[in-house]
Design a protein around this ligand. Structure first.
Ligand SMILES: Nc1ncnc2c1ncn2[C@@H]1O[C@H](COP(=O)(O)OP(=O)(O)OP(=O)(O)O)[C@@H](O)[C@H]1O
Ligand SMILES: [Mg+2]
Length: 537
């Protein structure tokens, strides 16, 4: 049997069989790509995650990698990073250096000039900028094994200047703006390039958890790095940030390249068509007016943690949005309502009666459901099957008729998989091996199927593709039509403006404004979220 990887030959791995880059980077066939993958395929048991993927990015280009949940984006990045191996036959080339993708190691990827920023938390918020950078590069030590702090501060300052990050080496990372924290992660990944900026930087969903203004800040930084010669490949689900920013966009669908667009061809409609395989008429559902005045939840003068004196009501059948920046107390507020975070003062009433949940079991019994932001660690059971994960919150429903339980749970799981467009090889697939967005859909599906009175959603569509995003909101709307009330926190203010009956702004731990249509408008929400003083609305 011949090894298909042999076609490259071991010695070729370093030279790629192409001319060495003596003169300049152009040949007869035009400039060589900074990054090029060819015939990349990847088979998992039961899934072909990538099929014969070929695309390239020119030096200094910003190249977006898009595709629905489970289309193969993260798999592709893991292969580039050498942490997963492709099926035989595929190659990865950086300029003139080409390697076989079936046996790449992280060291080889590094030697090629590939650098990675994985999804957050990419930095250690409680450490200084200097310490964060040292973690990527090792601490420089003197002859006695002592850390050379002066040298480190010096080096850090040079990096901060180079990446235009407005901070001191001794600044705690958590005190930086979220976009600047991401820039520290980028500086850390690129710090050993030593002035030469011709490498390839790969980022998996760098903007997923950033609010709009932070996204702009980070994107302009990426643009500067690209202008300095860095080639950038980044994954995103936010089409609005890809349009007008990426030089080229490659869209994956079911593991295949559905198309590559360049420049002005990159429009939201074209991207949606390529991602979904068809045009989507509408992303957001119609919004019926809320008629009920009855408050399901009444919060008054609530304080504790970052929150102080928070008061508002949630009406039956209402979708109430909370606009707030990271650290505004938005996530703590949802946790308090779910009995997962104690409050010091104030009261919470449910259907007119004051409640004090001792734990989340109490809150669940009272009909409250909660989808946390950090769905990886807080809400899922990675080692269990999709089916078990779907039923985790409704297990009592299966207790009756014990013998039927398993069969019914599986049949239910199959219907939920269809209903929520969950891409899984079967309901028995292990949760940990689903793509990021599909894990999120499983958790949201689990709670929606419980038919709660009150649904608390923290960043429900982060990392979820356009198709599923529309679907999730349609399902939320259905739940609302049946009397469920929803409190939703999202950094995507555009989304808030489309799905909420009303939005309250949380800034500095307190409610500073309240908006109703037609005033719920992304630019207005951004402006308010940054202002910590109360404003008349
Ligand atoms: N270790 C694994 N075992 C089995 N299947 C896997 C494994 N890792 C990934 N897959 C499958 O490969 C497919 C592609 O997953 P991948 O994580 O690359 O998707 P993605 O495009 O990054 O999606 P998302 O936008 O949701 O993050 C999915 O169907 C996923 O279930
Ligand atoms: Mg992914």
């Amino acid at each position: 049997m011949t090894d298909p990887g042999d076609q490259l030959g071991a010695g070729d791995a370093a030279s790629g069989g192409t001319p060495p880059p003596d003169a300049d980077s152009s040949t007869d066939s035009g400039p060589v790509d900074a990054l090029r993958v060819e015939h990349l395929s990847k088979t998992f048991p039961g899934t072909r995650a990538l099929r014969d993927v070929t695309f390239g990015a020119a030096p200094g280009q910003i190249h977006a990698l898009l595709g629905g949940n489970g289309s193969g984006k993260s798999t592709l990045i893991k292969i580039l990073a050498g942490v997963q191996h492709a099926d035989p036959g595929g190659t990865i080339a950086v300029r003139y250096h080409r390697i076989a993708a079936e046996r790449t190691t992280p060291e080889e990827a590094r030697d090629l000039g590939l650098r990675f920023v994985h999804q957050n938390p990419a930095v250690f918020p409680a450490l200084t900028v200097s310490e964060n950078l040292a973690i990527g590069n090792g601490f420089e030590t003197g002859p006695m094994g002592t850390i050379k702090w002066r040298a480190m501060r010096h080096r850090t300052q040079a990096l901060l200047d180079r990446f235009e990050i407005p901070a001191q080496p001794s600044t705690l990372v958590r005190s930086l703006r979220p976009a600047e924290q991401a820039m520290v992660a980028i500086a850390r990944a690129l710090q050993d390039q030593e002035g030469e900026q011709s490498g390839v930087l790969v980022l998996d969903e760098p903007t997923a958890s950033l609010p709009a203004a932070e996204v702009d800040h980070l994107l302009s930084a990426l643009r500067r790095y690209a202008e300095a010669g860095q080639t950038i490949l980044f994954v995103s689900h936010r089409l609005d940030e890809v349009v007008g920013f990426a030089d080229q966009a490659t869209v994956l669908r079911d593991g295949q390249v559905a198309g590559t667009l360049a420049g002005d061809e990159i429009t939201e409609n074209r991207l949606i068509e390529l991602i979904a395989g068809r045009a989507l008429d509408r992303l957001f559902p119609d919004m019926p007016e809320v008629v009920s005045d009855e408050h399901v939840i009444e919060v008054s003068h609530l304080s504790g943690g970052p929150l102080r004196d928070v008061s508002f009501g949630l009406r039956r059948g209402e979708v109430l949005g909370i606009a707030g920046l990271l650290g505004s107390g938005r996530s703590e507020l949802l946790k308090m309502l779910f009995g997962a975070y104690g409050h010091k003062g104030g009261t919470i009433s449910l259907e007119g009666k004051p409640v004090r949940f001792r734990d989340i079991g109490d809150a669940m019994d009272a009909g409250i459901a909660y989808v946390p932001e950090d769905r990886g660690t807080e809400a899922s059971f990675p080692a269990m099957s999709v089916s078990d994960n779907l039923s985790a919150a409704i297990i009592p429903n299966y207790w009756k008729g014990l013998r039927l339980r398993d069969r019914r749970a599986r049949a239910d799981a199959r219907s939920a998989i269809d209903q929520f467009f969950i891409k899984a090889s079967s309901e028995q697939q292990r949760m940990a091996t689903l793509s990021g967005g599909n894990q999120q859909k499983v958790i949201i599906a689990r709670w929606l199927r419980r038919e709660p009175k009150v649904l608390l959603l923290d960043e429900p569509t982060q990392g979820v593709d356009v198709n599923a995003r529309a679907e999730i909101y349609a399902l939320v709307r259905n739940a609302v039509a049946e009397g469920c009330s929803v409190l939703v926190v999202t950094s995507d203010f555009e989304e808030l403006s489309h799905v909420c009956d009303r939005v309250i702004v949380l800034a500095g731990g307190t409610v500073t404004a309240e908006l109703r249509p037609p005033d719920i408008e992304p630019a207005r929400l951004t402006e308010l979220a940054y202002r910590t003083k109360e404003v008349a609305s």
